[in-house]
Design a protein around this ligand. Sequence first.
Ligand SMILES: [Zn+2]
Length: 429
Amino acid sequence: MKLDRLLTHCHLIDEKGVVSYDQSLGIKDGKIVRLLQTEGVDAVEELDLQGAYVSPSFVNLHAHGAMNIFKGIAEDVSIHRWFDEILWPYESKMEASDAKTGSLLAMAEMLDHGITCYAEHYFFEEEIVEAAKETGIRMEMAPTLFGSDPNFDSRLKATTRLAETHATDRIRFAYGPHSPYTVSKPQLESVVEEAKESGLSIHLHVSETKEQVEQSQLAHGCTPFAYLADLGFFSQRVLVGHGLWVEEEDVDLVGEQTYFAACPKTYGKLAMGTGALWALSNRLNLSFGTDGAASSATLDVVEQARIFALFGKQGASDAEQFSLPWLWERLMKGHEYFGFPTGRLVDGYEADLIVWNLDLSNTLPVYNPLAAILYSSDARNIRHVLIQGEFVKEDGVLLTIPKDLSKSVKDSVEGILKRGTGNAKVHFA
Ligand SMILES: [Zn+2]
């Protein structure tokens, strides 16, 4: 067998954070070929990595990529002002081209940080899918559904059709009801029915703030998770954006196929409190997301994991919790949600990889590669990124991002500021 690529002299970091030193890794038809030795192994291209670390790539479990176009537009404001007076009013006048440009910007930043797959939750799904196809990033697209939308039912069905006609080996679809407080009970029921028929996942925001939980208790007599459980949500594959205020009693209600995307930078920035997400994290399928850049300012899941650990250690007054292997395993766990064969360095898995350069001032010396990556690294340390064995970032250069992106961003911002704010369609609870 002739390999497409042969990576030699590399230290492999597996999904548990275990390092195997001085190894070789083959790639054939976009898939990983594990090698015990390289004698007699033939490859189209051989890359001597000279002792670089290689790991599976990262995934981002919760993002609103298009919101990169609003990064920095709402700073030092309460979460209510952030949503009701700034973000939602600006979004009401957003155009499809803004969403495409914002998404390309988000994808550039994610690929730069070694993120090769992400869970998107937004409007303008066609433009976003187009951007994903151009950049090669993997994505699960959940078109956002607000209950106030008069076309709710047709948009719900349209998601099923998109999955039938536009899914590829890199792009999947999910239903994206915004949250239990912006979508009515009959509408939520119709989402569950549709998901049962199609088998697609449901991606929504749940228990983001303490107030949301209190309001749910008043309106329904139970927590948002219990309310959704009653409607049959957790018999399906569900991706929970945040779940920051998940409660003890919710843990047994969510299913084995429920994943939580923790985005702690947003919680800090919008002062959303501490919640029980940390205390219950070992009992949940928890990984990390970035949320939208309008609240988190960056799309870097390593930074989110880092902040999660720091808040967690500080909050629990226990430096032994949220350890490096724990964080690494949680980052890799995100791969499971998507169901693409990625996230492990084993035979037959797809070669979505990061080749690290930890020989820079911010990461040297490397006593412990997980510490260097999780606590010290940034995008500069990510030398190559591959998806299905093909480079999307090579020697620090992004290969699939349009060269004139910064000009498109400036043009978009000019239009956004000129059009100004309109009326928000919903209000934050
Ligand atoms: Zn979100």
